[in-house]
Ligand binder design. Sequence first.
Ligand SMILES: [Zn+2]
Length: 478
Amino acid sequence: MSAALRIAKRTSKYLGLLLLALLLVVFASVPLARWEMQVDLFEPDNSQPLAVDNVHLITMSDEPLMEDRQLLIRDGLIEDIRPAGSPVSTGYRLIDGGGAHILPGLFDMHTHVMDRKYLALHLAYGVTSVRNMGGYPMHLRWKQEIEEGEWLGSNLFTATPTMNGKKNSNPFAHKIVEDSGDARERVRRYHEAGFDFVKVYTRLSVEVYEAIIDEAGKLDFPVAGHVPYAVVAKDYSLGIPMVSLEHTEEIYQGPLDYSYDDESVEAIVQRLREMRATVTPTLLIFDHLTQIARHKQAFVDSLELQYLNPFMRFAEAKGSVSRWLSANDDLRDSLEERNAFFQRLTLALHEAGVNMVTGSDSGVLYAIPGQATHDEIALLKQAGIPTDAILEMATIKAAQVLRVDDRLGTIEPGKVADLVVTEENPLIEPGSLREPVAVIRNGQWLDQSTLRALRESATHPSNMYYTFGRLLEFTFYD
Ligand SMILES: [Zn+2]
């Protein structure tokens, strides 16, 4: 054997070992990520009953504004609403609200929770409930950890893994479902596993979509997401059983067939009203990509990217963000035109009486969880929707879509004490919700220094390796 051949043989043996070690490291990320518990999470403590005195309540219920009240909170629930200055029994922590306003905690109905810290961050911004629109096994664990009081974060309602057809599907985010029998089995398995609702996506076939709707209907398991394009082409009203239709952009690309025409808009708006649909406009995310295309790196530099999970940030930088950063003037102009149209469309939906809820699509495209919810509220206002209607979309209407309005979404005795406290009246100045005086979560008073600490802890998300482990886990999950 020649010397060269011997060296080649030895090298290939080492290469093999190296490859094996690498594979072990890659696959070890799955169990390691399952056990990872971030260290600087906060422990909830609602053991002390509260008497929050001298406050005005925006209840989102029969008596919309209750001035000069005292709110009693115990064991995570609103115990009583009394006149301000009522005598308080010992054992209650008396907090002088000093004329502050209290609103039910906000909901973000379209978000992607790719890190535990996103739930802490949402909470720090008064977003006490989030609907996660793409489910992974990690979300079932996080949901349980929060419900069991292991750490402090917003309520998590999570979609199943997103079911999609083959075209444009992403193995780390979607499950390809092309067979009706498979679709039905998945619906049953996901329901059994504890997901809150089914997520359907654009490339499902009509047959598979109908099987999902039928099977979910038998289980009283809600379905939300995108009306698949094949379904739009066949009959848009097949979308009726869905509890919410996501993105005004999908209305534009789907039934409007890329038309800005007023008559077509009027027709589709009436159609959605007749369908009694609920729409989540998600104005923020399209505005966000338009801003990237317009201001390029200067806009990106203005974002607090330290809150983003590093793996997701990396993936976005290589994907969508780089695409919009390199947008030429023509593309930028057409994005701006479309962005303005989405605001007009959203206003038309509101004026026609179509039910809507707030959702930001944060967690993708560098949109920062929590902050993006407030940006969405500001854009809805910019679109011309009255503030009281926006606040309903962000509280009681969201709770109704999630079917949790028996415990969330209003301020009434017996409801969960998830609340936002603001200095100014948010009905007049919704921007004040962005910097609350305090947030009350499950009966626990979180003052401004605690909210700051929560935000600070959110600057330490999971690392790349653990995040990759959780995404890899998804690819094995059936
Ligand atoms: Zn989304």
